[in-house]
Design a binder for this molecule. Structure first.
Ligand code: NDP
Length: 386
């Protein structure tokens, strides 16, 4: 029962959806949640988008041409309908030539970290997509906003809440839009988890359990193990998906966290945690348990509700996401998550459609990440006011 609404969430949903032209079915609470359950899954919205001619598409410049930019974002930008890969920003001269050749990037749209601010005068670039190590997101987002560009920052948004706030402020002051690379908000199986959870299809949620772990290998020089660049270990990098999934399934932000961390290889994990486990408490009796590790493997999101269960495994991958409920397997297409995510942001800029993954959501999550670290370090329950 929601006291503010005077009815159960499911009843409220039914009432609202009966209202003429209701697009947003369930505007939940304060920003902290920012979970607006949509009438249609995003791939259905995207199918109906009309592709713009190339010259009308918004130009995106990728900043930091590492694995994610080269393996996922640049290929995804070959399929987008409202935006296109127009520029690059890199500190590695060899990549300039390689990318120019592979993607036909014009010489005038290639920048490095020193001359990046000159991008202000380049009308071919509308959006800067920051794909750098975590602690660099804030600087490049702020510089991009000050250069008059809209921004997508990769997750985690930054390595402190203060940095996130400065990023939001810079975009607001320059009247630019800001979003976070939360691709799973555009993935239909994950959207189905939002629907099943928030509509209480199987009754109220009792608990969720999520794991996202991978084996990082033995190279001590990767930035993910360097606290200054990463801001933390697997929690910041991939545990963030588990936190996100719990929140978008439950549809509200947590009110408190407890946590424990464990490191067996002290040499490799001298700066960041190796494995971390946490519980997020939600209003009522709901609890979300999460685990994330750099020395194990795991990728699932399971939900137990009063009258049934539903789950994804794998839950957070780029493709091949599989879902099942106690009524049977989910049947949704595999989509190019990054294509949909970037087109959704372009649509937001061009047509004022909703920004589903705004900077404020990134800030909320960074506050949760650091509350989990505080809980792990102190052994205390940490309350959140999101
Ligand atoms: P990589 O290490 O593969 O790439 C990072 C790139 O940043 C480098 O190739 C380099 O590009 C540039 N860079 C600039 N300064 C540094 C520095 N001091 N150390 C290392 N690299 C530097 O990382 P990823 O591509 O895996 O991750 C980048 C960001 O994307 C992270 O924030 C990560 O969390 C996020 N990410 C998000 C994913 C998602 O699913 N949404 C998936 C994977 C990553 P150059 O040579 O061009 O200068």
């Amino acid at each position: 029962m929601d006291e503010k609404l005077g009815c159960s969430r499911r009843e409220f949903l039914q009432r609202v959806s009966m209202g003429a032209g209701a697009m947003m079915l369930y505007p939940l609470g304060s920003f902290g949640s920012q979970m607006l359950l949509q009438e249609r899954k995003y791939y259905q919205v995207w199918q109906d988008l009309e592709e713009l001619p190339d010259e009308e598409k918004l130009g995106i410049a990728l900043v930091g041409l590492g694995n994610y930019a080269s393996g996922q974002l640049a290929p995804a930008l070959q399929e987008t309908k409202l935006c296109r890969l127009a520029g690059i920003v890199t500190g590695t001269p060899a990549k300039e030539e390689q990318w120019a050749e592979q993607y036909g990037i014009e010489e005038g749209n290639i920048y490095n970290y020193e001359n990046f601010d000159e991008i202000a005068g380049n009308d071919d670039i509308d959006i800067i997509y920051v794909v750098l190590p975590n602690s660099m997101h804030a600087e490049y987002t702020i510089r991009a906003a000050e250069a008059g560009k809209h921004v997508i920052s990769e997750k985690p948004m930054a390595t402190s809440a203060a940095d996130c706030e400065a990023m939001i402020e810079a975009c607001r002051d320059n009247n630019r839009r800001l979003s976070i690379g939360y691709r799973l908000h555009f993935e239909p199986h994950n959207e189905e988890m939002m629907r099943l959870g928030q509509e209480e299809y199987f009754g109220g949620i009792q608990k969720t359990d999520g794991v996202h772990s991978f084996d990082i290998g033995n190279d001590p020089d990767v930035w993910r193990l360097d606290a200054e660049l990463s801001g933390g270990g697997p929690l910041m990098d991939i545990g963030i998906y588990v936190i996100q999934a719990a929140i978008y399934t439950i549809g509200e932000p947590p009110v408190a966290v407890t946590a424990r961390q464990e490191t067996t290889n002290q040499e490799l994990f001298s700066e960041v945690e190796e494995t971390i486990e946490w519980e997020m408490e939600f209003p009522g009796e709901m609890v979300a348990h999460g685990t994330s590790s750099y020395s194990e493997r795991g990728n699932h999101h399971r939900v137990q509700a009063d009258e049934g269960w539903f789950e994804l495994e794998p839950a957070y991958s780029y493709t091949n996401i599989q879902g099942e409920t106690q009524e049977g397997p989910m049947d949704f297409p595999q989509v190019n998550q990054q294509t949909l995510q970037m087109d959704a942001f372009a649509d937001h800029i061009l047509n004022g459609s909703e920004n589903r993954v705004p900077g404020e959501m990134g800030l909320r999550d960074v506050k949760i990440l650091y509350a989990i670290y505080e809980a792990a370090e102190t052994g205390q329950r940490v309350e959140l006011d999101l």
